[in-house]
Design a protein. Structure first.
Length: 205
């Protein structure tokens, strides 16, 4: 039987509430009771929509959050230059922190740090997708594939770290700093890819 769409009634409300609670509390501090109270869903709907219990809810909340963030990343990357895309993405992240009064974090990072193996796997899949999108953008802009892949790992890691620092400082300054440095790194990678200087192979011994 196909899984109901995440836009369906009480099920959607429970997933949305789970995502919100995970962002504020982390996975370990989120219970079915909390989700029911936040979503207003009837108690009897819990195991109807999530027969595998809390593990299924947390995993699907991670997957839905991942899909939404990935869509936002895709929109941000739809710009002429990777560095401009990063600035747009940072602006979106900063707005999210501000709207949440700096009490919310990344739900994917929270899932990755949890003790729920399925949620950890879903978070890993999300990070893989983000790295692939960013590397693809860099390659399309002219970077060498190997360099694009390594820079993409650094970008995802640095942005997740900057979100944590920004939350503790209650300021987007860390995001701004990290994005400025990442922008310079991206330009360096693109300059290397576009260079016409031939690489001389090592002399045969």
């Amino acid at each position: 039987m196909p899984r109901p769409k995440d836009s369906d009634g009480p099920r959607a409300a429970m997933i949305a509430s789970a995502i919100s609670l995970i962002r504020r509390r982390g996975v370990a501090a989120v219970s079915f009771a909390d989700v029911l109270a936040a979503s207003g869903a009837p108690r009897g709907s819990v195991y109807h929509h999530f027969p595998r219990g809390r593990t299924q809810l947390i995993t699907e909340a991670t997957e839905v959050a991942s899909a939404r963030i990935t869509a936002g990343l895709g929109r941000a990357l739809d710009t002429p230059e990777t560095s401009a895309a990063l600035r747009a993405l940072a602006h979106t992240l900063a707005r999210g922190l501000d709207r949440g009064d700096y009490t919310v974090g990344c739900p994917i990072a929270a899932a990755a740090l949890s003790n729920e193996p399925d949620a950890v796997a879903a978070a890993g899949s999300a990070f893989d997708t983000w790295r692939e999108l960013i590397a693809g953008k860099l390659i399309a802009d002219g970077a060498y594939p190997e360099r694009a892949a390594s820079v993409a790992v650094l970008i995802v890691s640095a942005l997740e770290g900057a979100l944590i620092v920004a939350r503790t400082e209650r300021s987007p300054a860390a995001l701004d700093t990290v994005v400025a440095e990442l922008g310079a790194l991206c330009r360096s990678a693109l300059d290397a890819g576009r260079s016409d200087v031939p690489i001389t192979p090592p002399a045969a011994s």
